[in-house]
Design a protein around this ligand. Structure first.
Ligand code: AHR
Length: 350
């Protein structure tokens, strides 16, 4: 049955090429390559449902997947960009099931609402590998494994850095007037990073004045920050849940005539963020406009490929596979932070 489907698809592909309408190359600009289905039987077909293209992190993540699952490596990757909509991702998974792909890789937009479609993939006997964010499903057997970041740990590391730095310069905890520009609500990255800050604010007595989503985009980061500056005149720490939003927020702060930087005693507004992928953000971190960045590593392509290869060899990979990550900062005063008994050195060369 599967062979017949593949032969039919191959035939359609040949006819399309002969008709001069070959499929477009995959790109991180939002296009996908559903038409570019598979060829020979020895090629492994992977359907990849990416959630969107909201940030530089996401583009780097997509590129990493496209590179790892190249034809020269024996794979045919069917890439679908969900355009930030879970409904599109669900449709993509159903299409992959119809196409009888060998593996499905899902980078889920949010945590909830996947059980039905993952059940359909299981019924069809297609293993699902989760990448980056996670799904909230009571039945963990709906997917084979997951690889990505420990987002709450990222938040805890950032909070530990803020605590160490502000204690070092002698700022009272209650004098830290913070806002959190959150990522897309309900995503694992947002949930973990928000929790990391909220718990630390409660435990340390920081004044966390507002938590508002900027949807992980520069435009929304700018809009949210501009609105927050109108609402509060005492903000001195801006915790941005990714670099793109931090860039937008910095623009809004400077446009309002205020200065970004770590010298909050002299009235500067301290911005911290997550990722460490965007070049401008890394430049800002070197200049001190972003005081600290908690790394979130997007290069999951080879990691997902290694998991699929284990499955192909009949091995059972670890269920949850975490990536090691660091903190980037050029601000002096903090050389390391300790979280849950583990020491993390601050990276100065980046
Ligand atoms: O899930 C990872 C997060 O998603 C990254 O921090 C953010 O930039 C992206 O959009």
């Amino acid at each position: 049955m599967k062979k017949l489907a593949k032969m039919t698809i191959s035939l359609l592909l040949i006819l399309a090429i002969l008709a001069g309408c070959g499929s477009s190359a995959p790109s991180t600009e939002g296009k996908d390559n559903t038409e570019e289905t598979t060829k020979a039987d020895d090629i492994i077909t992977v359907g990849f449902s990416q959630l969107g293209a909201e940030s530089d992190w996401r583009s780097a993540n997509t590129d990493s997947m496209l590179e790892a699952f190249s034809e020269s490596e024996g794979y045919s990757l069917i890439y679908k960009n969900g355009q930030q909509k879970q409904a599109n991702q669900i449709t993509a998974i159903r299409t992959f099931i119809q196409q009888e792909v060998d593996y499905i890789v899902l980078a889920p937009s949010t945590e909830d609402g996947w059980e039905t479609v993952l059940g359909e993939a299981r019924e069809a006997g297609i293993p699902v590998i989760l990448v980056d964010r996670r799904v909230n499903a009571a039945d963990k057997n709906l997917y084979s494994c997951w690889v990505g970041s420990d987002f709450e740990l990222e938040g805890k590391k950032m909070a530990a850095w803020i605590k160490a730095y502000t204690e070092g310069i002698g700022v009272e905890p209650s004098d830290l007037h913070m806002v959190n520009i959150q990522g897309s609500m309900g995503s694992t990255a947002q949930i973990g990073r928000t929790r990391g800050l909220a718990n630390a604010a409660r435990d340390n007595g920081w004044d966390l004045m507002a938590e508002i989503s900027g949807d992980f985009t520069e435009t929304k980061g700018r809009e949210v920050m501009a609105a927050l500056l109108k609402r509060f005149d005492n903000i001195n720490v801006v915790y941005c849940e990714n670099d793109n939003m931090a860039i937008g927020a910095i623009d809004a702060i400077e446009s309002a005539g205020k200065k970004v930087g770590s010298n909050i005693k002299r009235g500067e507004i301290m911005v911290v963020s997550f990722d460490g992928v965007n070049k401008t953000a890394l430049e800002y971190a070197k200049e001190g406009k972003i005081s600290c960045i908690a790394e979130c590593n997007p290069l999951h392509g080879p990691r997902v490929k290694a998991l699929i290869e284990k499955l192909r060899n009949g091995e059972t990979p670890e269920k949850f596979n975490y990536v090691d990550e660091t903190l980037f900062s050029s601000v002096s005063g903090v050389d390391e932070v300790v979280v849950d008994g583990q020491t993390y050195k601050i990276e100065r060369n980046y």
